[in-house]
Design a protein around this ligand. Structure first.
Ligand code: G3P
Length: 221
């Protein structure tokens, strides 16, 4: 399963890239609002850090507006993927982008049928929001599992991207469900790295090593 970061924070993206675990980045208007500045400049900077897909979200609600914004984003870097919300106009825009060879990520997907339609319209990435479904007492991971199964049954090429990931268990569950990608807040990525026994073990090994070296230094050669 590929791992994307769901963030607009450049330093978080740089860090994950240095760790060798970064396959791409997703942004959205809320994540962008946390850092501000020029969205274009931010996207261009992210695309310099990773050659993986970088999602840039359109704001327009009409097809022509979405197309104008998406074509603009697509010119910023070859790895830009235009993020389009699931809606009637969104589907039309996704279909037009597909005709133009511009890759899209259909966002705000909350049901299997929405995901199926987005794939049929031509989206490359389908983003069910797992955490937001869990928040309203619906099993978000079911949408991931069903889309993975349907895409395999019908040999549909779109990739299932588990979004709105809230904790490390979601990542494991998405991987087991066959998601192609999970996009994570940086905090969840950090939580995946750590385990209390690992951290405790590192401290103990250092302590034992230092004591052994001290004892060795006090002994005659
Ligand atoms: O980028 C879309 C999605 O991952 C947002 O997550 O935590 O705002 O539900 P969240």
């Amino acid at each position: 399963m590929k791992i994307f970061l769901d963030t607009a924070e450049i330093e978080e993206i740089r860090t994950a890239a240095r760790w060798g675990v970064l396959d791409g980045v997703t942004t959205n208007p809320t994540l962008y609002a946390k850092v501000g500045g020029s969205y274009d400049a931010l996207l261009a900077e992210i695309c310099k850090i990773t050659s993986g897909p970088v999602s840039a979200e359109v704001i327009a609600e009409d097809v022509e507006g979405m197309l104008t914004e998406g074509r603009h984003f697509a010119k910023l870097a070859p790895n830009i993927v235009v993020k389009v919300p699931m809606s009637e106009t969104g589907l039309e825009a996704i279909s037009r982008f597909a005709d133009e060879g511009i890759k899209t990520n259909c966002t705000l997907v909350f049901s299997t049928n929405q995901g199926l339609l987005a794939a049929k319209a031509g989206a490359s990435l389908i983003s069910p929001f797992v955490g937001r479904l869990d928040d309203i007492n619906q099993d978000g991971m079911t949408v991931i599992r069903e889309l993975v199964e349907i895409f395999a049954l019908y040999d549909i090429k779109a990739e299932v991207l588990a979004a709105s990931i809230r904790h490390p268990l979601h990542v494991t569950q998405a991987a087991l469900a066959g998601a192609n990608i999970a996009t994570l807040p940086f905090k969840v990525l950090q939580q995946m790295v750590h385990h209390p026994l690992t951290d405790k073990g590192i401290v103990q090994f250092r302590k034992d090593w230092d004591e052994a070296r001290k004892a060795a230094a006090g002994k005659p050669a």
